[in-house]
Design a binder for this molecule. Structure first.
Ligand code: CP
Length: 305
């Protein structure tokens, strides 16, 4: 994979994606083969927004490769609270580390920050923009459970503010997929994303009702309504609680349906679904480790071709 930074899934070709997923599968099958490979390597973690999975799985991945992390910590306890700019912060921390992982509430922050550093910078989520490493672990999970070609996927919930949705939708255009988008009208995909997906020749359809497509789906990707992104909390209250699935909802689903969620969930998937054969979201979260180990391996260079 020949990229200086990983900012958005738009930059990833099918070959790039398969390189990461194949490497992740090798690492998952034989993790001891890479243990200790990156002893002495340091990964800088800059999280300006809360995270459990992304931050902890990057830390786990780096440590399982033999390296370590340097964590800026909470924004409030860093010099960001004194008014330091993002550009200055990344320029300082690149001098301490071999690669940077950045999560930031502003869309475009990762692109901007990458212009100030020479070490690889990986976007761990920029506002309502993109979350490409989540997408890579999503694709890994889809490939393991349903295959990536001849795939019919439903993506449901907050399609407007959900960065995991935007990244996944673009990445899937590299494969033979039909994408159904299910949401209230107020949370539809941004029109520029719809335009781009059409331009890339992908078959997409938009719906307000899951029942219209559920029985055709191989994968249902459920997302949380992103309360923190709503400028008007009244607008959030109007849509909160819509699009919940439970065991009754799934009576019309195919037996082979795979249900995914980037997590955290609030109430979109009832806990009773967790024990069904459909539920794949915890496996999906665990796949973050081999996938992020593969990404770090490819960016840090030992096996870059
Ligand atoms: N899926 C995801 O990005 O989770 P976190 O916000 O916990 O990192």
């Amino acid at each position: 994979m020949r990229h200086d930074h990983l900012i958005t899934s738009k930059q990833l070709s099918r070959e790039d994606i398969e390189t990461v997923l194949d490497r992740a599968a090798e690492i998952a099958a034989e993790p001891e083969a890479v243990a200790g490979t990156y002893e002495g390597t340091l990964l800088g973690l800059l999280f300006y927004e809360p995270s459990t999975r992304t931050k902890m799985s990057f830390e786990t991945a780096m440590k399982r490769l033999g390296g370590d992390v340097v964590d800026m910590g909470a924004v409030e306890s860093s010099s960001v609270s004194k008014g330091e700019t993002l550009a200055d912060t990344v320029r300082v921390i690149e001098g301490y580390t071999d690669a940077l992982v950045l999560r930031h509430p502003r869309e475009g922050a990762a692109t901007m920050a990458s212009e100030f550093v020479d070490v690889p910078l990986i976007n761990a989520g920029d506002g309502a923009g993109h979350h490409p490493t989540q997408t890579l672990l999503d694709l890994y999970t889809i490939r393991e459970n349903a295959g990536l070609d001849d795939l019919t996927i439903g993506i449901m919930g907050d399609l407007k503010y959900g960065r995991t949705v935007h990244s996944l939708a673009y990445a899937l255009t590299n494969f033979d997929t039909t994408q159904h988008f299910i949401s209230p009208t107020s949370l539809q995909l941004p029109r520029e994303v719809v335009y781009d997906l059409h331009q890339r020749g992908t078959s997409i359809k938009e719906h307000e009702d899951l029942a219209a497509v559920l029985e055709t789906l191989d994968v249902l990707y459920v997302t949380r309504i992103q309360q923190e992104r709503f400028p008007d909390k009244e607008e959030y209250r109007k849509v909160a609680g819509q699009y919940q699935i439970d065991v009754e909802t799934l009576e019309a689903a195919r037996d082979e349906l795979t249900i995914m969620h980037p997590l955290p969930r609030v109430n979109e998937i009832a806990p009773e679904v967790d024990g069904t054969e459909y539920a794949t979201y915890f496996e999906q979260a665990h796949n973050g480790i081999p996938v992020r180990m593969a990404l770090l391996d490819l960016f840090l260079g030992e096996t870059d071709e």
